[in-house]
Ligand binder design. Structure first.
Ligand SMILES: Cc1ncc(COP(=O)(O)O)c(C=O)c1O
Length: 395
């Protein structure tokens, strides 16, 4: 069968190979005194809190399961708008919010609405692999720009300016980022947006981890800068609803009918049950629970990062958000007689029964040096993982 060049352009998700191998080994060691600890998982270890679960059950019982309008339940758009006001003190009118099937659908809609065939979009290297594939699936070209620890592994205005060509259509940023958990400083973001706007480009920013921000200096939405910024967000991470497949997109008003038309045709709507459930995310009781969980993620970060550094798994920038640690494993790998983060990940899995994610999927610049640890695991698991890594590196 002839496969489209578009589909062929999508690179394999190498992480899945590691995850598969970890799954096989996990079954083998499940009943030993060292079962596998999964620090390769990119989703919260918490589930939706009680009010959200009850709201979903109520919607099912009431038969509130028909399609909604493509832009989502008005009440939910209002609630998201209210969240921007209460959490970030930013006015984002509900009419600019489009509810989607996760940030993934939001990214797809934004890319399809704005990217012409051959348009180039600038992204940082490292970055979340699917983001460059959304660009590519819209027939655009993702241009990865190597970043440094000094730049918090994010694009800078100077780099955007230097990389801009007549084919460049805009930037796709993520703040805080996956895999680094680091954000763009607000002033730098403002400068990036200025460079982009002066060239008639678009600033797309994936803010899916913004709710899980631990530092007031960074925890601000880019929507505060300008109504032309396009922000992608989700119920997956802060709201602990990964499998519910619900997110949203904030666009300038002129884009709403365009995105609506695309959403009507491509998705009809996001899951109705999930939308009714998500209304309960914004109840005081749920927010209080989310804030407790955010504090737990922060406590894990505060404990885990110094431990990694002490093992020689150097985390060059302390993450200010999300639940990741981007650690340079070259020194430790050399000591163990292996080269590169890919082999390091397999070695760690085999010797310590700790699954981590090698840098490979996230770009090409320095990704052979780095592994991503996820702290979306209990403190007990993190402590046990560090003890095993210490034993492994001491051998
Ligand atoms: C940076 C980033 N963007 C988007 C997504 C997709 O999220 P969603 O579950 O909302 O589709 C993820 C998921 O891990 C992510 O890390």
């Amino acid at each position: 069968m002839r496969i489209s060049t578009r589909a062929q352009r999508i690179e394999p998700f190498y992480v899945m190979e590691v995850a598969k191998a970890a799954g096989v080994l996990a079954r083998e060691v499940a009943h030993t005194d060292r079962p596998m600890i999964f620090l390769n998982i990119g989703e919260p270890d918490f589930t939706a809190p009680p009010l959200v679960q009850e709201a979903a059950a109520r919607a099912v019982r009431a038969g509130a399961t028909q399609y909604t309008q493509a832009t989502g339940l008005d009440h939910l758009r209002e609630r998201i708008s209210g969240w921007y006001k209460s959490r970030f003190n930013v006015d984002v009118p509900a009419r600019r919010i489009v509810v989607t099937a996760g940030a993934s659908a939001a990214l797809q809609l934004a890319c399809l609405a704005l990217i012409e065939s051959g348009d180039e979009i600038l992204l940082p290297d490292p970055s979340y692999p699917c983001n460059r594939h959304f660009v590519s699936a819209a027939d655009g070209k993702a241009v990865l720009i190597p970043t440094t620890a000094e730049e918090r592994f994010q694009l800078t205005a100077a780099k955007v300016e230097a990389a801009w060509t007549d084919k460049t259509r805009g930037v796709l940023l993520a703040s805080p980022s996956n895999p680094t958990g680091t954000s763009i400083a607000p002033d730098e973001l403002r400068r990036i947006h200025e460079v982009v706007s002066q060239r008639g480009g678009i600033t797309l920013i994936d803010e899916i981890y913004l709710g899980l921000s631990y530092d007031d200096a960074f925890g601000q939405t880019a929507l505060a800068i300008d109504d032309n910024v396009i922000s992608i967000n989700s119920f997956s991470k802060y709201f602990n609803m990964t499998g519910w497949r619900l997110g949203w997109l904030v666009v300038p008003e002129v884009l709403v009918p365009v995105v609506e038309r695309l959403a009507q045709n491509l998705f009809i709507c996001a899951s109705t049950v999930s939308q009714y459930a998500a209304l309960a995310c914004f109840e005081a009781e749920s927010i209080a629970e989310y804030e407790r969980r955010r504090a737990e993620f922060k406590a894990r970060r505060d404990w885990f990062i110094p431990q990694l550094n002490a093992l020689g798994l150097n985390v060059p920038v302390v993450p200010d958000g999300a639940f990741y640690a981007w650690a340079d494993c070259t020194g430790v790998a050399e000591k163990l007689g292996i080269s590169g983060s890919w082999d390091f990940a397999f070695e760690t899995m085999k010797r310590a029964h700790v699954a981590v994610t090698p840098g490979r999927d996230f770009g090409t610049a320095e990704t052979a040096k780095f592994v991503r640890f996820s702290t979306a695991s209990s403190m007990a698991h993190l402590q046990e993982a560090i003890a095993r890594l210490r034993a492994m590196t001491a051998q």
